[in-house]
Design a binder for this molecule. Structure first.
Ligand SMILES: *Cc1c(COP(=O)(O)O)cnc(C)c1O
Length: 418
């Protein structure tokens, strides 16, 4: 029987360097949330994002979500403040705004990149200032599925109002805009090394900081904000967000395969594009122009509403048992199969069809402004993310997805179409 094909599973380096660095941590008794692997992993990340031009500093943290949280804290976000957040994203871009007692203001996407629409952002900021008399404290665009946002235009808007940008490139490690690595444009850049990301530390993240002083401040917040006394002395509320030396060991090994993984994801994209070329009603999402250079962390397609998929009459008849990404642990039963904003019936039918063929596919992320938990948050919408959510789908793209798997997936999609 064929092995189940997952969206994106982590793969270790061929010579198991990850184990070597973990072993080192044990042998040198650095089993702690700091140590030589953490420092070396940060250096590796700095070399990667900086190339020969930049001098950014990187802090390794326990999660990408922690990186978002500390970046916003460093931007001065506090109770009562507002933060402009891309609506078409994973909840981890927005939740830390709430952790800080602030309000996310959601901004819809533009059609080319599927990411934050700079014109809408500009109009939204103007309206927030008119309504509240205060400037939003930060702008958070997301490189959704690895695709760069229009960072040139976003920085222009940000500069006009003097608002810092926190780039959420949790999904976009190694993606570039105009040749420059994402995460190095804004004041801060968020990276994630969760198990499903382009490289993994099992769980972990990092924050790209503008300079050594900013890095030091983030590290201080990440280690419970301890003052320099021989005893525990605290003058601010800190967090326990530093990366473990064991996880950083995995990260060091993973850094040796990062370029290879990115090339692989791009190769998988090329193949999907070629194989779907002659399939009417299915579009593969691609770089909108030559400035954009996605890592294609996940390959995504849109499915025309009129395309008929086997079983779509009965889509949503069965209630999903366990949340998407159930492997991540948290699972809740739901009573009703429908919400007021959901993928089209043909998309759900295709998901179920592929699932039965041993292929994990997933709808696009549901926009935050349509999430019940954020129903009271202000939102500036143009219909783009909602329309994409209804007709889009993510396909397996990781290092275990070879040419043969891509061909099989595309054949199955064709089989599903009546
Ligand atoms: C994964 C992800 C995060 C959070 O990263 P974790 O390491 O899982 O905490 C943040 N934003 C986006 C867009 C993500 O996909």
């Amino acid at each position: 029987m064929r092995k189940r094909i997952y969206l994106c599973l982590a793969r270790m380096s061929e010579d198991d360097l990850e184990m070597k660095y973990i072993r080192e941590a044990f042998d040198t008794r650095w089993v702690a949330p700091l140590g030589p692997n953490v420092n070396a992993f940060e250096k590796d990340l700095e070399n990667f994002v900086n190339g020969t031009e930049l001098e950014k500093r990187v802090v390794a943290l326990s999660a990408g979500t922690a990186a978002v949280h500390l970046a916003l804290l460093a931007c001065g976000v506090g109770p009562g403040d507002e933060v402009m957040v891309q609506s078409f994203t994973f909840c981890a871009s927005a939740n830390p705004v709430r952790y800080l007692g602030a309000t996310p203001v959601f901004v819809d996407s533009e059609e080319g990149s599927w990411n934050m629409d700079p014109e809408l952002l500009d109009a939204a900021i103007r309206d927030r200032i008119a309504k509240t008399g205060r400037k939003p404290k930060a702008i958070v665009p997301t490189a959704l599925y690895g695709m760069p946002y229009r960072i040139d235009a976003i920085l222009e808007v940000a500069g006009k109002y003097g608002i810092p940008v926190v780039e959420d490139c949790a999904e976009g490690l190694g993606s570039r805009f105009n040749g420059r690595v994402l995460g190095t444009f804004g004041q801060y850049g968020v990276l994630s090394f969760n198990g499903n990301k382009i490289i993994t530390t099992s769980g972990g993240g990092a924050l790209v900081c503008p300079d050594a002083a900013a890095k030091e401040r983030i590290m201080w917040y990440a280690t419970q904000a301890r003052e320099a006394y021989p005893y525990y002395q605290h003058e601010a509320i800190g967090y326990n967000y530093r990366m473990s030396n064991i996880c950083a060991g995995i990260g060091r090994g993973q850094m040796t395969v990062l370029d290879k993984h990115i090339s692989h994801h791009r190769h998988v994209y090329e193949l999907y594009r070629e194989l779907f070329r002659d399939v009417d009603g299915i579009e593969v999402h691609c770089n909108p122009d030559s400035r954009f250079d996605s890592n294609f962390w996940l390959n995504t397609i849109t499915i025309a509403p009129e395309l008929h998929v086997k079983g779509q009459e009965n889509a949503y008849d069965t209630v999903v048992k366990g949340a998407v990404g159930g492997a991540a642990g948290v699972v809740r039963a739901t009573e009703c199969a429908h919400t007021d904003c959901e993928p089209n019936a043909n998309v759900e039918a295709l998901r179920v069809f592929l699932d039965q063929k041993g292929i994990e596919a997933r709808p696009l992320w549901k926009p935050m402004h349509k999430q019940p938990v954020y129903k009271d948050a202000p939102a500036y919408v143009n219909g783009v993310s909602e329309a994409l959510f209804k007709c889009g789908m993510c396909l397996p793209s990781g290092p275990y997805v070879g040419d043969e798997e891509v061909r099989y997936i595309v054949e199955c999609v064709k089989d599903a179409i009546v």
